[in-house]
Design a protein around this ligand. Structure first.
Ligand code: ASP
Ligand code: MG
Length: 450
């Protein structure tokens, strides 16, 4: 079998004609690139999110659809063969308009997901044509034929068995003579309705398809040159990492590095498929390779930062020498589908952190939860904190890690520390205002350029 690379392009990589053309050349430069997964052109999904809300006035619906049309036609106008494609886009925009007015009259999660899917439906058709314009056998493929999901609109769960079976019967053979272009982010339930996998889900779609195809590589093309030692907006000392293990990269994705959708690495790890992350703007600069076995395993690989954390401390004298108290606390959290990130305990209290960003799709910690916890114990809630994770290797068994890290944090108040559960990280909480300073000082100390 010839090698297969699944290549995924994010929204900025397919934002306009120039960007798409660069991506087409990336595909052309490596004949292994057989399946392309695209996001919606940058900005389109945000428009669609607005359109999917209840009661959007008709004038605003029209305005949004016009804006989306402009983004897409600004791309197609550069193509020699554009009539048929423009016709397809115009049909899709009409369909979208019909869904938008139906949604305004009678909002539902099902119609919302149908609306959200149009960005990928359009960008994938356009990109297939751009591939043809550089003389590649680009061919549109509707991912809903294979990406079967449950009914959880907005965060649908993919049926891996069906995906795998469908990929081998419907998709795989087409790769012999075509470069297929398909959609990230969307799927279809048993009833035949379109579903979506959650914001940023295209990375995950690409990883699932790579797994189902037993692909040799997954390439995630974005607008940055791979994964950095820390957020380059915090310190200009941050640099791109050449190679990182799955374990380390998964910790980074979980603890705040925004480059990959956090679930992306799971399918790649299951099938042991190396993942490359690079910039479609400057592919020649290389990027980051994420794989199981890595040549070097430095103690410190990177520093991740996640803002908008909430710390909840529960305190109860009943906890002293008692068992079952934590089970009750977690039962409340489980009921509200809240997931705890860090946890520390003392004699009669437990402190836990929650990722609590405003506008998050996750359930947020709210007053109902706090009231329920208060039935069990005393509860203190603190906002305005940031979680810093130092990610690397063998952190739990290396002499001097504590000294390295906490010496670098002089002048910073560390509110909570977690270490020991993973060989790959040491995490702590700091005040939001001190977060950048903490990361900068740590980066200077742990990654001093020789
Ligand atoms: N277009 C979707 C979003 O913006 C999915 C993706 O880009 O990954 O969230
Ligand atoms: Mg993305």
């Amino acid at each position: 079998m010839t090698p297969i690379t699944v290549a995924k392009f994010g929204g900025t990589s397919v934002a306009d004609y120039q960007a798409m053309l660069r991506c087409a050349h990336i595909i052309k430069n490596n004949p292994d690139n057989k399946l392309v997964v695209v996001s919606a052109s940058a900005g389109v999904t945000n428009f669609l999110v607005r359109l999917s809300q209840p009661n959007v006035p008709i004038a605003e619906q029209d305005e949004i659809i016009k804006n989306i049309g402009n983004i897409q036609y600004n791309i197609t106008q550069h193509l020699d063969e554009q009539d048929d494609l423009n016709q397809q886009i115009s049909v899709l925009l009409e369909e979208l308009a019909a869904y938008a007015s139906a949604n305004a009259l009678n909002h539902s999660a099902r119609i919302s997901d149908a609306i959200l899917s149009f960005g990928e439906q359009m960008s994938s058709r356009i990109f297939a044509q751009v591939l043809q314009s550089v003389r590649l056998p680009g061919q549109y493929f509707d991912v809903r034929q294979v990406m079967k999901t449950n009914d959880l609109y907005g965060k649908a769960v993919v049926n891996l068995e069906k995906l795998k079976a469908n990929v081998s019967t419907i998709l795989a053979s087409k790769l012999e003579s075509n470069v297929l272009v398909t959609q990230g982010f969307i799927g279809q339930n048993d009833a035949g309705y379109t579903t979506t996998l959650g914001r940023g889900g295209s990375d995950y779609s690409a990883a699932l398809l790579a797994e189902a195809l037993e692909a040799d590589n997954l390439a995630i093309w974005t607008d940055v040159e791979g994964i950095f030692t820390t957020d380059p907006r915090i310190t200009d000392q941050a640099r791109s990492i050449k190679e990182i293990s799955f374990g380390e990269a998964a910790e980074m994705a979980t603890f705040g590095a925004k480059i990959l959708h956090p679930a992306t690495l799971i399918p790649a790890m299951r099938q042991n498929i190396p993942v490359f992350v690079g910039s479609s703007k400057e592919p020649e600069k290389g990027g980051t390779r994420i794989q199981q076995a890595v040549a070097s395993k430095p103690t410190y690989r990177s520093i991740a930062l996640r803002r908008e954390q909430t710390l909840v401390t529960v305190k109860s004298p009943a906890m002293l020498h008692a068992s079952g108290f934590l089970a009750k606390v977690f039962a409340v959290l489980a009921k509200h589908e809240l997931s705890v990130d860090l946890i520390t305990t003392s004699e009669i209290s437990v402190a836990m952190t929650f990722d609590n960003p405003t506008g998050s799709t996750q359930a947020l910690l709210n007053s109902t939860v706090v009231e329920e916890l208060e039935q069990l114990c005393e509860v203190t809630v603190e906002h305005g904190l940031s979680l810093v994770a130092v990610v690397g290797n063998n952190i739990h068994q290396t002499n001097g890690v504590g000294t390295d890290i906490f010496e670098a944090l002089s002048g910073v108040n560390v509110r909570m520390i977690c270490q020991g559960a993973s060989e790959h990280n040491l995490c702590f909480l700091v005040d939001e205002q001190q977060a950048n300073l903490a990361v900068e000082q740590l980066h200077n100390n742990l990654f001093s350029v020789a």
